[in-house]
Ligand binder design. Structure first.
Ligand code: ARG
Length: 469
């Protein structure tokens, strides 16, 4: 498979071909080439080169005339990228060499000065870090959009009753607004994990060169500042070999995806006729090709599944990095595909979930009816016995258990149990007790900070609106 005819000029056209006398085997090229995926780093690669060229001129490593030529060429390349006319070529292996080769075509041999005091090792570390930093920023912004959608829906349903579950069994009545606001808390922690990851990764590896630093009088603080970093990285070996910034971003993405998956699962459940808690419009559902009655929550199902891909990406890159000696190894080229894939999946999920939340309409009667089912106010009866009759909670729990058993025998809800039946269990029980046995009273009574009482939920909504404004 080796193309012998291209051997004459050293190793074909490869930029690193000086010491080589034969072209790489076609399989070598096939396994080595990364332009198919690292072309997504084009904008970051050009930004890095622009900052690097400016710094080389400022420090006198290259002349300002040469810098001007290089900047002109880089701008032209950026224009080609934007116009979609840039020629991405496999023979130049990766994005870094594609850009440099094109620069040489546009401005001639002076292009060769750009790579002074730089290596592809610090170049790719920079490009990838910039890409991951932007992905973290995008995810945090999209999470905020999702929070806004949840808050909007919650604000409309602070008094809408629904069952609260533990073990997916009816536990105590809550409100739909309260339930949605639980996810606002989760997604806010997800956003803050992305912000934390960003703060930690915000050091610039450019100038570490191949691994040991550079003998040229480069100004690493200057390039760091130009590229929006807080400071340059402090160890050149670490600079080119660290990928924990990506692992951390993927961890944040994975946790976020598990939260999305939980919410998606609830939407799927609530959509079933058995629950019947919500309706989704035709915009976020599909039909079946065989069963005409079907309306399937596909978007929610796919969001529920995406965590597989995202957590898979974290696993994939963790295993790539495990056991790698310092500093750079080409293993690290395998960092990009899983990271791109994970963030593509996450961002699509966040946007789709935002659409789903805005789209859904709760069936409030159905939810309210379910809120009272399953003796969900039993705890309220026990609490009443503690408060009004001064029973120890354990005894109150026992009396209430007997009341539930009796109601079950009679086939009625707790608040339909005749007073005499309750009094047979404890003489002190009076008519007053029925006031606490409705789902609305139960929910309204839970006024502790963070509880489900509509006033509490309203004040949390206000707090979040102020915070996100
Ligand atoms: N394409 C490489 C990567 O993605 C760039 C760095 C290559 N450096 C090298 N010495 N092979 O990691």
């Amino acid at each position: 498979m080796t193309d012998k005819s291209s051997n004459k000029a050293g190793a074909g056209q490869a930029m690193w071909g000086g010491r080589f006398s034969a072209s790489p085997n076609a399989l070598m090229q096939a396994i080595n080439v990364s332009i198919g995926f690292d072309r997504r780093l084009a904008a970051q690669d050009i930004a890095g080169s622009q900052a690097h060229a400016a710094m080389l001129a400022k420090t006198g490593v290259i002349s300002s005339e040469d810098e001007a030529e290089i900047q002109r060429g880089l701008s032209a390349i950026a224009g080609e990228m934007a116009a979609g006319t840039f020629p991405f070529r496999d023979e130049f292996e990766d994005i870094h060499m594609n850009v440099e080769a094109r620069l040489r075509e546009l401005i001639g041999p002076v292009a060769g000065r750009l790579h002074t005091a730089r290596s592809r090792n610090d170049q790719v570390a920079l490009d990838f870090r910039l890409w991951v930093r932007e992905a973290c920023d995008r995810s945090a912004a999209q999470l905020e959009g999702l929070q806004q959608a949840l808050i909007g829906k919650a604000a409309a349903h602070t008094d809408t009753l629904m069952p609260g579950f533990t073990h997916l069994q009816p536990a105590q009545p809550v409100t739909f607004g309260h339930h949605l606001m639980a996810y606002v808390e989760m997604f806010s922690r997800d956003a803050s994990r992305f912000r934390d990851a960003r703060a930690r990764m915000n050091e610039c590896p450019l100038g570490a060169a191949a691994l040991a630093g550079s003998p040229f009088p480069i100004d690493r603080a200057m390039t760091a500042k130009a590229l929006g970093f807080d400071r340059p990285t402090a160890n050149s070996l670490d600079s080119v070999s660290a990928r924990d910034f990506a692992l951390e971003a993927l961890s944040a993405a994975s946790i976020c995806a598990t939260h999305l998956s939980r919410l998606a699962e609830e939407l799927v459940l609530w959509m079933t006729p058995q629950f019947g808690f919500i309706r989704l419009s035709d915009a976020f559902t599909t039909g079946s090709s065989i069963m005409p009655q079907k309306k399937n929550p596909d978007a929610a199902e796919l969001i529920r599944a995406k965590v597989g891909r995202i957590l898979g990406s974290l696993t994939s890159l963790t295993v790539v990095m495990k056991g790698l000696p310092l500093a750079y190894s080409t293993d690290m080229q395998e960092d990009k595909v899983p990271t791109f894939e994970a963030f593509d999946a996450l961002e699509l999920s966040l946007l789709a979930m935002t659409g789903l939340i805005a789209d859904l309409e709760p069936n409030t009667e159905r939810m309210a009816a379910a809120a009272g089912a399953g003796f969900s106010t039993a705890t309220d009866l026990a609490d009443w016995l503690v408060r009004e009759l001064d029973l120890p909670f354990r005894d109150a729990h026992h009396v209430t258990g007997a009341a539930v058993k009796r109601a079950e025998q009679l086939g009625v809800d707790l608040d339909d149990l005749p007073l005499a039946e309750l009094q047979a269990l404890n003489q002190g029980i009076c008519e007053d007790v029925f006031k606490v046995l409705t789902p609305a009273a139960s929910s309204a009574s839970r006024v502790s900070y963070g509880g489900t009482a509509p006033d509490q939920v309203r004040s949390q909504i206000k707090r979040w609106k102020d915070t996100l404004r």
